[in-house]
Design a protein. Structure first.
Length: 113
């Protein structure tokens, strides 16, 4: 989960224009790129990871909800970092502690690695 989060944040930081465009389904609709299908497939990977990380979380939110919340959290970290807001408030450009906090918060346990 941390490795996936690191890749997501690194891609957002180094390919910001593409990162922004990737989530603009409204702009890319009908152009034959198949963005929605690709997005759903990748989101399925995240849901599967959440399911495996929380095998006994029957009383909590369903894995797609947790995956959506985690994705929104990581996306927010990426955007706030790009805008410079994160560095101003957290006083660091290091997103690793934020990544770890986000994953731990959504999976309900401390994460190592």
């Amino acid at each position: 989960m941390l490795a996936l989060g690191r890749l997501y944040l690194r891609f957002a930081h180094t390919n910001h224009g593409m990162f922004e465009l990737m989530f603009r389904h409204d702009l890319l609709r009908g152009n034959g790129i198949g963005l929605r299908d690709a997005s759903e497939e990748l989101f399925g990977v995240l849901v599967d990871l959440v399911s495996r990380a929380r095998p006994d979380a029957a009383d909590g939110p369903e894995p797609p909800v947790v995956a959506g919340a985690l994705w929104a959290n990581l996306h927010g970290i990426a955007e706030l970092r790009q805008w410079g807001s994160l560095q101003t408030m957290v006083r660091s450009d290091d997103v690793e502690p934020l990544l770890r906090a986000a994953v731990a918060a959504h999976l309900g346990r401390r994460i190592t690695c």
